[in-house]
Design a protein around this ligand. Structure first.
Ligand SMILES: C[S@@+](CC[C@H](N)C(=O)[O-])C[C@H]1O[C@@H](n2cnc3c(N)ncnc32)[C@H](O)[C@@H]1O
Length: 244
């Protein structure tokens, strides 16, 4: 169920009502709903709040702040992703089946590739669209097509992709439960929308999409989804299983 969309003031009312209609929820000025899970529309954009999340901040997608730090932290990750994609003379057409917070998709885009990113969560899809609309750098998103759908439903119409990228949620563990407030919020969003996945089943459907290769992100110690994998690119905590 999509929680109510609370708006900060009359300025946001019509946009909130339009958005709530598309989301399938109600728009309300009632700040008393603030102790329940809710979406919040203010001048700062759209955010999501869940009272049980450890972070007291609302969850918002922000492509403007911390980008330099983010790039430095992700430099190693970028090397691994580049290796998994392999060398290419021309931009690749990538299907990112698991958009999430678009972090990997932005890496692909920054390497000059074309990305179609699929996200099953309606809430996250709207948060992403809001983050993109507020981004100071619109140029990076020109080669992005973001679609709200389940990748398995999209699979039958998926054509002309060079790479299928699949990064399902990691199984909950004590370590990753504590690692990131953002990931915890992502889980809360999926929980309120009652979205449950079976990554092995999803993998079996997605690997049927015609493409030159499939890249699957896995925790370093996790079992592969299939023994048919061709090679692995290993990081410290993550690896990429590559199927050709
Ligand atoms: C681990 S996150 C992906 C993180 C993403 N790679 C990033 O860099 O931000 C998994 C995301 O994929 C979405 N997802 C999982 N299975 C999906 C499916 N079958 N179709 C569409 N989205 C899916 C989840 O809703 C979640 O937002």
């Amino acid at each position: 169920m999509i929680p109510p969309l609370v708006y900060a003031s009359g300025i946001q009312q019509s946009l909130a009502e339009e958005m709530a209609k598309k989301l399938g929820t109600i728009a309300s000025p009632n700040q008393e709903l603030n102790h329940l899970p809710h979406l919040y529309l203010s001048e700062a954009g759209l955010s999501f709040f869940h009272p049980e999340a450890r972070s007291t901040n609302q969850f918002r997608i922000d492509f403007n702040s911390g980008s330099t730090g983010w790039r430095i932290k992700r430099a190693n990750h970028e090397k691994l992703i580049k290796k998994a994609l392999g060398k290419s003379e021309r931009p690749l057409n990538i299907l990112d089946c698991t958009a999430g917070m678009l972090q990997d998709a932005i890496l692909f885009l920054s390497l000059g590739h074309q990305v179609t990113a699929l996200e099953q969560s309606k809430i996250l899809f709207y948060l992403l669209q809001d983050g993109i609309s507020r981004s100071e750098d619109q140029s990076i998103f020109l080669q992005l097509d973001l679609i709200h759908t389940n990748a398995c439903s999209y699979a039958a119409q998926a054509k002309n992709f060079d790479v299928i990228y699949f990064d399902p949620m990691y199984p909950p563990s004590k370590k990753n439960a504590l690692s990131s407030g953002q990931l915890e919020y992502l889980s809360k969003i999926l929980e309120v929308e009652s979205l449950k996945n079976n990554p092995i089943n999803d993998f079996e459907v997605l690997q049927l999409i015609p493409a030159k290769k499939m890249v699957v992100k896995r925790p370093i110690k996790a079992k592969s989804f299939s023994s048919q994998l061709n090679y692995q690119v290993l990081g410290k905590t993550t690896r990429f299983d590559v199927y050709i």
